[in-house]
Ligand binder design. Structure first.
Ligand code: NAP
Length: 423
């Protein structure tokens, strides 16, 4: 396999994982590592600090470096640094899903022009091989559907809320104490991280450019211990699901939101920080890929996998891994959440008056919504009651209209939550 000189930008969780695992690959020579703070103490035995620089341009302008591994994260300055690296003919390996989701079109077009490739197995699902399989061995397929758990932090929080009956705040605190969640957890708990990964995954699955700004996104911050308990009683688990569907009319339905997942469903059994991606395609049928979605070593597995595939190709050709080149010309027509169809879980607080179930039934009926289950859960001290409804498949805009009508009715005091359901 060809000897490669590489530069690594970023030496945090993923960067140090890559560094450690690379020690056993003699053909890969780390020329330089760029960091932000060169004075930070690095917890590595026998580490030669001379490898470090705080100027990433030293790497991208170094003619000896063949490949840049970008594991710093964020848009700035990563975007400008990678553009300069591409300009200088370097191949890129990155784990930066935010950058690819927001600036991928520009970067991939530039890479094509400069005849270098960008590999990014680690950007989606950490250690789970999913990008390269879709681009290579699954390329005979028309992928119709993706349903995935793509964020370990939120899956950990929801698992603890389910298993230990913790509140959202307590489960989040536990995740932070264990290092699964950051001090500012917004990127994870509001679904941004999942949406970046879904933008990448749906673009390569459906072969159309999916716009991150048009992906409907809801996080898990509104999920209460009460919702988890109700879901459990009804035979479901609550999961943050990344969903993508190619519709019969060629349009694309892509969204990130919590869902009630039937407990027999494989995704309901994916717990803690584990990630999982289900794909349905023709002719392959249904596939599921499950594993560690983050962490130094699993993520290093993907980064180094990309690197070694590239090294073996560069030995034979100047045009490595042509299947991995992104050349999507078509832009996806993404439908609005109001036009999607789902089964729904609706929890309302209603006055304890005769006929209230009938009122809910009438409002649903008027809005083309068939109810599959309706149950009243006791009576509260203030003479109100929680009513939970599970609907049959309905149009989201009909559901939203029904909720407005319910709120306008004297009998309904509050809509506690609306969640979509996956059976
Ligand atoms: N953590 C995971 O398990 C995981 C999994 C999949 C993908 N990713 C992605 O991988 C990337 C890195 O994540 P991480 O968790 O390893 O982050 P991290 O632990 O915060 O490390 C970031 C590293 O980037 C360096 N850095 C920041 N700005 C820089 C700059 N301008 N020039 C050079 N270096 C700079 C930092 O330097 P200092 O050390 O000096 O602060 C640090 O070493 C992100 O895009 C993330 O989304 C992470």
């Amino acid at each position: 396999m060809k000897n490669l000189n590489i530069g690594i930008i970023g030496f945090g969780t993923v960067g140090t994982g890559v560094f450690k695992v690379l020690q056993s690959f003699g053909n890969i020579h780390i020329e330089k590592i760029a960091v932000k703070n060169i004075n930070k103490k690095r917890e590595l035995e026998n580490f030669n600090n001379d490898l470090l620089t705080d100027n990433a341009y030293e790497l991208v302008n170094n003619p000896n470096i063949d490949v840049i591994i970008e594991v710093a994260g964020g848009i700035n300055p990563a975007f400008d640094i990678l553009k300069a690296a591409i300009e200088n003919g370097k191949h890129i390996i990155t784990a930066n899903k935010e950058l690819l989701a927001k600036k991928g079109n520009e970067l991939f077009a530039f890479a094509r022009e400069k005849k270098v490739i960008i590999l990014y197995e680690a950007a989606v699902g950490g250690g789970i091989p999913i990008i390269m399989p879709i681009k290579t061995i699954l390329c005979a397929n028309k992928i119709k559907k993706i349903a995935a758990i793509l964020n370990g932090t939120t899956n950990y929080i929801l698992t603890k809320m389910t298993e230990k009956e913790l509140s959202y705040d307590t489960a989040l605190k536990q995740a932070q104490d264990l290092g699964y969640a950051e001090t500012d957890p917004t990127g994870d708990v509001e679904g941004f991280d999942t949406a970046y990964k879904l933008a990448i995954l749906s673009t390569i699955s459906f072969n159309k450019k999916v716009d991150i700004n048009k992906i409907y996104r809801e996080g898990i911050t509104k999920i209460t211990a009460h919702d988890i308990k109700s879901a459990k009683e009804l035979g479901y688990r609550i999961k943050l699901i990344a969903m993508g569907q190619l519709l019969d009319n060629g349009k694309i339905d892509v969204r990130v939101h919590p869902m009630l997942v039937a407990k027999k469903h494989l995704l309901a059994k994916v717990n803690n920080a584990t990630n999982s991606v289900m794909l349905s395609g023709y002719p392959v049928g249904d596939l599921i890929f499950t594993g560690a979605g983050a962490g130094a070593e699993p993520t290093a597995s993907s980064v180094i996998g990309d690197l070694l595939v590239l090294a073996s190709e560069l030995e034979n050709t100047d045009n490595p891994i042509p299947q991995a080149v992104c050349n999507h010309t078509e832009t996806a027509e993404q439908i609005d959440i109001g036009d999607t169809y789902n089964d729904y879980y609706i929890s309302v607080t209603a006055g304890n008056s005769p006929g209230v179930i009938g009122i809910i039934g009438t409002i649903c009926g008027k809005n083309n919504i068939n109810i599959s289950t309706i149950m009243q859960k006791g009576i509260n001290n203030d003479n109100t009651a929680e009513i939970v409804v599970i609907t049959e498949t309905s149009k989201e805009s009909d559901i939203q209209n029904a909720l407005k009508e319910m709120l306008a009715s004297e009998s309904i005091k509050n809509i506690n939550n609306l969640l979509r359901v996956m059976n």
